[in-house]
Design a protein around this ligand. Structure first.
Ligand code: UDP
Length: 227
């Protein structure tokens, strides 16, 4: 006979590292009932506590006795987020979206499951965003942007109007994405592209390409030497 406590709901933050610890206070605020449990889930962290919260392996999380389980994936690397989100869904765990209390969301913004919106994020008007979006502190998305799945914005990304960002794009700290011409002729950042920190993107970025600098150019040996 088992006397293991049963929780109504159990919440996990996947990733007990830098970003996970930043997400923790946002997560704590969104849980109120005493019969809910909050833990970090981490496959590599050997500590048993992180900022006062228990760290468990994925298997231990599965073994917690709870009616419902939720996980927010607080890992910036989008490929990892994709693999882990699939693993969670296959194990019957629901995605958990988190938003800081001071974000600004204006009009007609649609956003998919599993997003994390950090303090001071702004999403303005007529925006569509896919699954598992991360917007780190002070990032913004302006009008008429379409953003795919598993896209990561590091801190202070400035994504101006009429921009299309495909799946798995990573945008580094402080990058500026220039406004696209119109809804019909947006600035397009292709699937899996990486925008380096501080880059100023003035034209389309092909899929899978890393761009750096102002104006942003593809990362090649030539371009690196010129810097
Ligand atoms: N991690 C994990 N499972 C994975 C990949 C990563 O639990 O499949 C954990 C890893 O052990 C680390 C955290 O996720 O604790 C990622 O931390 P990192 O500092 O690389 O990223 P950040 O916190 O900046 O997103």
């Amino acid at each position: 006979m088992s006397f293991m406590k049963e929780y109504e709901k159990t919440f996990g933050i996947y990733g007990a590292s830098g970003f996970g610890r930043e997400v923790l206070p946002i997560a704590k605020k969104s849980i109120n009932s005493k019969n809910n449990k909050l833990v970090f889930v981490d496959d590599g962290n050997k500590e048993s506590f992180c900022n006062g919260i228990e760290v468990v392996s994925f298997d231990d999380f599965l073994n917690i006795n709870a009616k419902e389980k939720f996980i927010a994936i607080a890992i910036a690397e989008n490929e990892i987020r994709k693999v882990l989100s699939q693993k969670c869904i296959n194990s019957g765990i629901k995605s958990w979206s988190l938003s800081a209390s001071n974000i600004v969301v204006l009009d007609n913004v649609k956003i998919g499951e599993g997003s994390i919106l950090c303090p001071f994020v702004t999403l303005t008007t007529d925006i569509e965003i896919g699954k598992y979006f991360h917007a780190n502190i002070y990032s913004y998305v302006a009008h008429d942007c379409v953003i795919g799945d598993y896209v990561t914005f590091a801190p202070s990304v400035k994504c101006n109007g009429n921009v299309v960002i495909e799946d798995n794009v990573y945008i580094g700290t402080g990058a500026i994405i220039k406004q696209g011409r119109s809804l019909q002729r947006p600035l397009l950042i292709g699937q899996g592209a990486v925008i380096a920190a501080g880059a100023v993107v003035t034209k389309n970025v092909p899929a899978g390409v890393t761009v750096i600098g102002n104006p942003a150019k593809p990362l090649t040996r030539e371009n690196l030497k010129k810097r």
